[in-house]
Design a protein around this ligand. Structure first.
Ligand code: D5M
Ligand code: FE
Ligand code: ZN
Length: 566
């Protein structure tokens, strides 16, 4: 916990006075309070370099949740510290079992920002691909194939495959042993990927290092990262046989840059040197850091279109129903220029990557912004709107943090009991978050995207706007939530389902409400934005959404972004 708080601040270039640290440590929820303070500092006029914070700075911050721990009963921290992957389970306390029933997310920061959001030009935004769907007259004779309830679909979906769906694969019994197995599994999967890298062909375990050896090739999990007084990084690493410290020297620019984005709990290859005669696990000097990374992929030349959506937030008073109806009309061939209707006619798949509804009780005072205050009624409304889409488009629905699934990831598919009316539509598939599908050979990894929040909080190099950079980092790290249990509650499973087992053709995320596009080694990295305007909660975080823009991988495997709003 101590290290966690200090690292959190250190990463943001904030120095705490010992008194300020004590104040935070003794608060009821130190990790949340730390996040609140960091957010406040980031939205204020503070210098980018080291910011000193003492008790009076904290006291001056309005609206902080500064509740102190009661002296009798200590509050259990939200996330248990990760046990070393080599230890055997002993009498440690079991982590919360997250899989029973629906959980409502804990209240988050409630304060207003001091500054108005500034309009920015976002280089991750795919402006050159944007096509405005025109408000063209469509003649009544236009042929609408397979309109719902009119004609039955004859489209062949034989080549559609679910590659990975974790909905029914929650084995966790909530024992600490599972948490160890979870991390051992993460290590095993990622070391399996790393050991194929030529630089790591001769890798060894920490306990195999001999006294006279100088060159070390290791595959390790990061336990701790600290910057030293002299500007070096000291990384504590472990494998299933032992642990040791590695120094990244400030004099190696390239390595220091790579080390900036290292995250606790990620698995990497380390090439390092130690002095001969120095005992096995003494400090070694880092020569190279190797990410698991993805191989380059060739573009799949598909003969159909796929539309990517997420964060529709049906039930919210800020849901853009008109724009969404324009989108469904376009899909049905009832809207847009002739060429645009032709594009719609080729669409075979539609993905809804989470937050189809706004849910209830997701953040404080959300009910004030709800048009529909009942979760089942929200899914009924979703079924009405989505049910209007022609029935020969296969619709894949995965949950987000606003849906009626457990909040811990991986999230099982939205349960039928809340979404009966959606389940009645025969062209809808419900899958987990994350999940992987093959759309007639086009492999799509769907992930709602809470891991993006963690990466934004965990590194100065990332922001919500440039979530395209975060998606690339996910692919390099081969993991969708590298920072265990920061903001993304992870269920302790026997298998780490957030490891990117195989390189997809498309990585589809949402959650952030900001459309971005990047192509990383031939992989389309797509964030599908939202159909919701800015909420009060997003104002706090200065998140300016890009609503009603729908990315499409069109015939030929070409990326475009369709705009349904002026
Ligand atoms: O997320 C909507 C937006 O709010 C998205 O840009 C992420 C941001 N968000 C959501 N939760 C958090 C937390 N806990 N910290 C920081 N930013 C957050 P939605 O899931 O639709 O509410
Ligand atoms: Fe959302
Ligand atoms: Zn979300």
């Amino acid at each position: 916990m101590t290290a966690e708080i200090l690292i959190k601040f250190a990463r943001k270039g904030i120095i705490l006075s010992p008194e300020a640290y004590d104040l935070i440590k003794n608060s009821k929820n130190p990790i949340n309070l730390s996040s609140e303070i960091i957010v406040k500092l980031k939205s204020g006029n503070y210098a980018k370099d080291m910011v000193p914070v003492d008790v009076s700075t904290i006291m001056k911050m309005e609206g902080l949740n500064l509740e102190m721990k009661s002296p009798v009963k200590d509050e259990k921290p939200k996330v248990e510290a990760r046990p070393p992957i080599k230890t055997k389970p002993i009498e440690t306390k079991a982590p919360e079992n997250k899989q029973t029933g629906i959980e409502i997310e804990k209240p988050k920061v409630e304060e207003k920002p001091k500054e108005e959001p500034k309009p920015k030009i976002n280089p991750g935004y795919a402006s050159e691909h944007v096509v405005k769907i025109e408000d063209a007259e469509v003649s009544k004779e236009v042929e609408v194939k397979y309109k719902r309830n009119l004609t039955e679909s004859k489209v062949n979906f034989d080549k559609f495959k679910v590659i990975k769906d974790t909905s029914n694969k929650s084995y966790t019994s909530g024992e600490i042993g599972n948490l160890i197995e979870y991390f051992q599994n993460r290590y095993k999967k990622l070391s399996g990927i790393l050991e194929k890298r030529p630089e790591l062909r001769t890798w060894q375990k920490i306990n195999e290092i001999t006294e006279n050896q100088t060159d070390l090739n290791l595959i390790v999990m990061i336990t701790d990262i600290r910057s030293t007084k002299n500007g070096h990084y000291l990384i504590e690493v472990e494998d299933d046989t032992g642990s040791m410290p590695i120094l990244v020297s400030k004099d190696n620019d390239e390595l220091i840059r790579a080390a900036r984005n290292l995250m606790r709990d990620e698995v990497i290859g380390v090439i390092a040197q130690k002095r001969a005669g120095q005992s096995e696990n003494q400090l070694a000097i880092c020569q190279n850091l190797i990410d698991p990374d993805v191989p380059r992929k060739d573009r799949k030349e598909v003969d159909f279109g796929t539309v990517f959506t997420s964060d529709i937030h049906i039930g919210s008073s800020t849901f853009l129903e008109d724009a969404f109806v324009r989108f469904t009309k376009w899909l049905n061939g009832d809207y847009g220029s002739e060429e645009q209707r032709e594009m719609a006619n080729n669409v075979k798949y539609m993905i809804i990557g989470g937050d189809i509804v706004d849910g209830i009780g997701v953040y404080p005072n959300q009910d004030k912004e709800l048009a529909i205050k009942d979760i089942t009624a929200q899914y009924d409304e979703a079924a009405r709107l989505v049910g209007d889409i022609r029935s020969d488009i296969k619709i894949i629905i995965t949950p987000g943090n606003h849906d009626a699934s457990r909040v811990a990831e991986p999230q099982p598919a939205v349960p039928e009991k809340y979404a009966k009316s959606l389940y009645k539509l025969n062209n809808v598939e419900f899958l987990s978050n994350p999940s992987t599908v093959s759309l007639d050979g086009l492999e799509v990894l769907i992930y709602h995207g809470r891991g993006i929040d963690d990466m934004v909080m965990g590194s100065n190099d990332f922001s919500h706007e440039r979530n395209d950079l975060v998606m690339k980092e996910f692919l390099r790290k081969r993991h969708l939530a590298p920072l265990y249990g920061e903001r993304t509650p992870l269920a302790s499973e026997l298998e780490d389902h957030l490891v990117i087992d195989s390189a997809p053709d498309v990585l589809h995320t949402g959650h952030v409400h900001i459309n971005t596009y990047a192509n990383y080694k031939g992989i389309h990295c797509i964030n599908s934005g939202t159909f919701q305007t800015q909420t009060e909660f997003q104002k706090i975080y200065n998140i300016v959404p890009t609503p009603a823009e729908v990315p499409i991988i069109d015939v030929g495997g070409i990326y475009k972004q369709l705009k349904f709003i002026d």
